[in-house]
Write a protein that binds this ligand. Sequence first.
Ligand code: ADP
Ligand code: MG
Length: 467
Amino acid sequence: VWEDCLDFLKTQVGEQSFKTWFEPIKPLHLSDKTLTIQVPSQFFYEYLEEHYVHLLRQCIHKELGPEGKLEYSVIVDSGSVQNQPYMVTLPNNNNQKSNGWNKEVKVNEVSNPFEMPSLDENARYSNLNPNYNFENYIEGDCNRLARSAGIAVAEKPGITSFNPLMIYGGVGLGKTHLVQAIGNKIGSEGKKNFVLYVSSEKFTTQFTDAIKNNNIQSFTNFYLQVDTLIIDDVQFFSGKEKTQEMFFHIFNHLHQNGKQIIMSSDRAPRDLKGLQDRLLSRFKWGLTADLQMPDFETRMAIIMRKMQSDGIYIPDDVVEYLAYSVDTNVRELEGVLISLIAHATLNKTDINLELAKQTLKNIVHDIESEVGIDYIQKSVGEYFQISVDDLKDKTRKKEIVIARQVAMFLCKEYTNHSLKSIGYHFGGRDHSTVIHAVQSVSDMIDIDQKFAHSIDELKKKMRMKQV
Ligand code: ADP
Ligand code: MG
């Protein structure tokens, strides 16, 4: 009977899927109207149920008539820690999915003919870099929630409601550092907890290889034993349907069994294009926390921490200068710092402001070396948290009008543009508007201390920029 079923299934699914999901099945016995098949694992069973239940039903009914039943016998690896959960989840699954389809699941303790774990030697280890820890992960407003959620998760993996924990943020803002710090902390507390860090890219490659080598069984077995799974850069799963499917199943399985899942992504889940909705909705089960670009103070702290750990000294004004100037991301900030040290060592000179400006000019191409209208608009926009478009727009909202006037004022002071040209760059306003703006800002500086302080900060930023 099973042979006939296989013949039928072969015509219905792709060769690869057939090899992966149907060839490993063994028919055990047929009694009355019930066919019992042996599947290699609980995971395997779940996968079949999720993806092939219709086909299986079809062929059983075809072979045994409408009364036909299919029974699964799931091999349980008795040495494995997963033993318990398998036994526990089975009856539930059975009840949930019994809608009219005659099917029973029995768990038989059979010794496992499939070789267990280990994808490759490396995968036995956690892939964690011990240099990423919480001690050297500077805290700031930019990462407070993510960081403390990370610590909570590290203290009680799988137990807090932060499961999954999803960290998102732009490139170089510290995602990998943070998720690895969590993994390292779990490891360091001597918990019996198998932590695995893997980039979604690597996961994808492993999965594709496993399919190619007909090794999907060890792939899934391996992932299902993980206690804390850290998947970095999940945006990479975008558009990879099969990989997402596999990840979805692993995710569910681990989550159901109280295992911790930690993920990172370069954007918020809602902005992740090309990921299946069911996966995205899972991501939102736990906690989603973002990482922002650190503010000036935090950038200072990051630089000083780095100096301390590398045992180098950099004068205060240079630290300030770097913290001011590099406002793209932390990786770039570190990059500038490293080349600055390299320059100083090579040229046997001291690190000073001059050298820092020179270094920055050479390596950060997209930072304009002069204060221009664009730079002022961008800086003022950031400072007041207003978009550059709004600065140029017609909006008459008070905050925007003030920010716009400040930007015009700074353009007058720091560029050689004529009033006419400045007006032109602010949505085609005329020169009298610019004169009025400059006058209002000067007046406000005189009467409003807080405002005067803001202008000072912005001016400082402009001066830092000038080489
Ligand atoms: P991402 O994975 O988001 O691209 P990384 O985690 O690789 O970013 O971080 C880039 C660099 O910046 C790393 O060297 C990291 O150690 C450092 N870094 C990022 N955030 C911080 C922070 N808050 N404190 C200290 N170093 C940080
Ligand atoms: Mg990263």
